[in-house]
Unconditional design. Structure first.
Lengths: 165, 349
């Protein structure tokens, strides 16, 4: 073996796989609801929790969730973060607040961003409402909800949100 | 050795393209297996087999726990292999005395991706993987060597496909079933010579689940427990060029260790995703013409990746539970060209 031969330290092996992801039955119903400007969750027949977006099952009870429940597009901020780094997939000006919103009628928080308010005012307990794209632009995608904006309702006290934090 | 029995088995219909998500496919299967087992949750141990590469999502196996129920917290494990190996892990867990009951499940949706390409990602990443040899092409290399070695013909391969699809007419879960004329099949073009479409397993989305119980517990809950009398798995060298592709020494050894030859075999469910592999497996396990091979139609009728091996064990057990067989052999494979093989021997009381 030649001592002069340099070690092979790296090799390039490009890899690309394409997938046609299927949302599943429950999430497809949710997405069709979004295309009509509605937020559809599903209730667990065992513990009663409403999941949104639904995946067709309750992870706590391991049973199928089939009962459809329409949730409000109003909700409460249960946690938030101020984002100061750009993201390829979120087309909002920096900095912005990403939030978990507990929609009225739901038991799990829903991911979105808050706009139309100074960032220092975003807080846990703040009441917000979805801002939808114009009706003719509604489509089966979460981009149909542009963001959430604050509404003029009193804050929900922290104690009432504890289960969802 | 502790006695371990299969007390229930359930599987989904293995559709070419199932519109449900993995949990939606898996949950009714798990519920059915649990209900049939007569055992109340939680199980002492839960083990699953799946791979995130099929659905292109990281940690998909964690999401799948929604189907099994992981609250309050359960003792749980996962193998990135066919769920037949999850069954093996559960069997070992019961042998250690840490569990008396176990739920085993496997699931896979192959439809979202290009399966032969996805499977090439299990090859070694330095030398073979970068060449992207797809699973059908690799199997064709093996089929060619086998045909040359044995002097058999492509008609012998097609006969396996015709028999499998015919038997699958009685299998409501099969992806592919029916009566086919051998000459018409042989008139089809090659996918990768010498293999034609009928030589390759269909692409299926599906899931399966089995409940295991030890000794007395199995007898309490089950009228006809199916006992695992022997189980073993062995692997070949990773480099395909370092192997004799026309035979399967790992299957032969696993079969010997599992005790296949210690008694007559009525039925064998062999996990052969390609027609020539059934011939190789029969030879490795010493199964003669008197043995009924793949009465379910085998993987050539339904091939839900990561579950098809577990289905072989379930189908073999079902025939014993129904009194149609006294002693059965089930086999599962994983990896390209029968890379790794598991054999188990099943008997009634």
């Amino acid at each position: 073996m030649s001592e002069a031969a340099p070690p092979v330290k790296t090799i390039k092996t490009p890899m690309r796989l394409e997938f046609q992801y299927t949302a599943g039955v429950a999430t497809s119903r949710f997405l069709r609801g979004i295309a009509q400007g509605k937020i559809l969750g599903q209730r667990c027949p065992s513990c009663g929790k409403v999941y949104v977006p639904p995946r067709g099952s309750c992870p706590r009870c391991a049973v199928a969730t089939e009962q459809e429940v329409e949730c409000s597009d109003k909700g409460t901020v249960v946690t938030f973060a101020i984002v100061r780094v750009p993201s390829e997939s979120l087309d909002v000006p920096l900095p912005f607040a990403c939030v978990h919103v507990l929609l009225d009628g739901a038991d799990v928080p829903f991911f979105s961003v808050v706009q139309e308010c100074p960032l220092e005012q975003v807080r846990i307990g703040m009441r917000v409402q979805a801002v939808w794209v114009p009706k003719e632009e509604l489509a089966p995608t979460l981009q149909s909800i542009k963001w959430f904006r604050p509404i003029d309702e009193p804050d929900v006290p922290f104690e009432k949100l504890q289960e969802h934090l | 050795m502790r006695e371990v029995a299969i007390v229930s088995f359930a599987q989904s219909v293995h559709a070419r393209r199932d519109p449900r998500n993995e949990v939606e496919i898996l949950m009714p299967v798990v519920h059915e297996a649990v209900a049939r087992s007569g055992i109340e949750r939680p199980f002492d141990f839960t083990c699953s087999g799946s791979t995130d590469f099929l659905q292109g999502q990281p940690f998909a196996f964690v999401l799948a726990l929604d189907a099994a129920g992981a609250w309050p917290p359960i003792a749980e494990s996962h193998v990135e292999m066919d769920a037949a190996w999850a069954l093996y892990e559960a069997w070992v867990k019961i042998q250690t005395g840490e569990a008396d009951t176990a739920l085993v499940y496997g699931f896979g949706k192959s439809s979202p991706g290009d399966l032969p390409e996805v499977l090439s990602r299990q090859l070694d990443p330095y030398v073979l993987g970068p060449l992207w040899p797809d699973a059908v092409s690799l199997a064709a290399l093996q089929a060619r060597v086998w045909l040359e070695r044995t002097g058999r013909s492509e008609r012998d391969l097609a006969e396996v496909a015709v028999r499998s699809r015919r038997d699958a007419r009685d299998n409501p879960c099969a992806t592919l079933a029916g009566e086919f004329e051998i000459d018409k099949l042989l008139a089809d073009p090659y996918l990768a010579s010498p293999l034609r479409r009928h030589d390759c397993a269909p692409i299926s989305d599906g899931a399966a689940a089995i409940v295991l119980a030890a000794g007395e517990r199995a007898r309490q809950v089950c009228e006809r427990p199916v006992w695992i009398r022997g189980i073993d798995h062995r692997i070949e060298p990773h480099a395909l060029g370092a192997r004799d592709l026309a035979s399967s020494p790992s299957t032969r050894l696993a079969g010997e260790k599992a005790g296949v030859g210690r008694g007559p075999v009525d039925v064998a469910e062999l996990h052969a995703p390609f027609t020539h592999q059934e011939w190789i497996l029969r030879e490795a396990l010493g199964l003669g013409d008197e043995v009924v091979i793949n009465p379910s139609g085998g993987a050539l009728a339904a091939n839900p990746m990561m579950a098809a091996g577990l289905v072989r064990i379930g189908e073999a057990a079902r025939r014993i539970a129904e009194g149609k067989a006294r002693r059965a052999v089930a086999h599962a494979t994983s990896g390209p060209c029968l890379q790794q093989n598991l054999v188990c021997v099943l008997e009634g009381e």
